[in-house]
Design a protein around this ligand. Structure first.
Ligand SMILES: Nc1nc2c(c(=O)[nH]1)N[C@H]1C(S)=C(S)[C@@H](COP(=O)(O)O)O[C@H]1N2
Ligand SMILES: [Mo]
Length: 409
């Protein structure tokens, strides 16, 4: 793979990094600048031109309106990008790259990409990758209460076919000690200053040893793009992608939990039933890391504020997904939630994948329409109406019913 051009990373930068995420303060109303910022469109290596929220670290949006949320699989060159540190390796030599497996194990391992491809059974999963902060900006629009962090629309999500070796098989080759309780993972990037905490994620040993976690070396049948984590990315189907560590280089088996900024402060929500702030400040609550995704659907077509010619037949369509229980039904309303109809679910690509839905709409009468969609999964989890979603200061786990306005003329 080609040397990665650094040019795009060096310009004036808008750093919306982790350090600004969690200042301890009470919530203020939305500030005007949040709405006024119009991100530029930049072409990064291995990517089509993408809406660029920041170039250092790279934050690239899979923007709605580009027909990404009507497709079951998101193309690699349009897949969103999120990093926390500005110092990302721009070239990796596979001759010397090794995945280290160490800590509370019988044998430490140092695995090349060839080892991973030849010594372990290759497995595949089609799974949605969604940032915990996806759709965060809608919290502010609904409640007029700002949330911390990158103000993503529904553009920090995608679905891909991931291929690699099971994490479990790798851990078994190393031989996990009986005393092991946690597995920590981190990638190759470095903080700009030493004080910045490492992007380190942890999980319980039981979760790490389930069948479904994959150390992936392929995304949609190709090498993973650099910006999405070449050469290795940890895949945790059904789980928010904040733990899907990219450029994965170290797996550390641990007997004790290691406290860290990215596990215990960032990416946490109040540890109550609604995982939301009922009153007062977010930080008055005991916290827990976000984990399983919540049932969600997004309208991919038509784009918000479309103007449709009277007499057209519109294929209203989009995608739905959940934590892996499977989508049971997606309902649509064309009258702002007064009445609902069933949409048609398309091919099932597996329980962790996008489920496409569609609805043929005859645009017969001129006027303004509010389209809403609402998904239900097989265990009865249903998306909350926008007015009912619980708020949290980090702006995580937004999954209210999607709403767009269109006009028939
Ligand atoms: N090494 C590393 N892995 C990482 C991150 C990171 O900053 N460094 N960010 C995480 C977060 S918060 C998200 S949302 C996903 C984004 O994956 P993508 O850029 O491939 O879309 O990567 C995760 N893995
Ligand atoms: Mo994220």
């Amino acid at each position: 793979m080609d040397q990665f051009s650094r040019r795009n990373f060096l310009g004036a930068s808008l750093v919306l990094g982790a350090s600004t995420l969690f200042a301890k303060e009470t919530v203020k109303p939305v500030i005007a600048e949040t709405k006024a910022f119009v991100p530029p469109i930049i072409t990064f290596p291995e990517k089509k031109p993408m809406v660029t929220i920041s170039d250092r670290p790279p934050l690239l949006a899979s923007a709605r309106g580009r027909d990404l949320f009507t497709q079951a699989i998101t193309p690699n060159d349009q897949f969103f990008v999120r990093w926390h540190m500005p110092d990302i390796p721009t070239y990796i030599d596979l001759e010397t790259f090794r995945l280290e497996v160490k800590g509370s194990v019988k044998n430490t391992l140092s695995l090349s990409i060839d080892d991973l491809k030849s010594k372990f059974e290759p497995v595949e999963v089609t799974s949605v990758l969604q940032c915990g902060g996806n759709s965060r900006k809608f919290y502010a629009q609904l409640t007029n209460q700002a949330t911390h962090g990158v103000q993503w629309g529904h553009d920090a999500m995608g679905c891909a076919v991931w291929k690699g070796a099971r994490l479990k098989d790798i851990l078994n080759m190393a031989g996990v000690n009986a005393t092991a309780k946690y597995v920590g993972v981190n990638g190759l990037e470095k903080p700009a200053i030493d004080e910045t905490p490492k992007f380190f994620r942890e999980m319980g040993i039981d979760e790490a040893l389930t069948d479904e976690l994959i150390v992936a070396y392929e995304m949609n049948g190709e090498d993973i793009p650099y910006l999405n984590g070449f050469p290795l990315k940890l895949i945790i189907p059904g789980h928010f992608s904040d733990s899907w560590v990219k450029m994965l280089s170290e797996i550390t088996v641990m007997d004790e939990y290691r406290k860290s900024f990215f596990m215990d402060v960032a990416y946490t929500v109040p540890d109550n039933d609604c995982e939301c702030v009922i009153s007062g400040s977010d930080f008055e609550y005991k916290r827990k890391p976000i984990a399983q995704m919540k049932v969600k659907s997004v309208i991919g077509y038509p784009a918000p504020n479309s103007v449709i010619k009277k007499g057209s037949r519109i294929n209203v369509s989009g995608v739905a997904f959940d934590q892996g229980k499977g989508i049971k039904e997606v309902m649509i309303s064309l009258d702002g939630g007064k009445s609902w109809s069933a949409t048609e679910l398309q091919k099932d690509y597996g329980k962790y994948a996008y489920r496409q839905w569609s609805y043929g709409w005859d645009a017969k009468t001129k006027g303004e329409y509010t389209i809403m969609v609402r998904a239900i999964n097989r265990i009865g989890n249903i998306q909350p109406l926008p007015g009912d979603i619980g708020w949290n200061a980090g702006g995580y786990q937004y999954n209210a019913v999607d709403v767009i306005n269109v006009k028939i003329v």
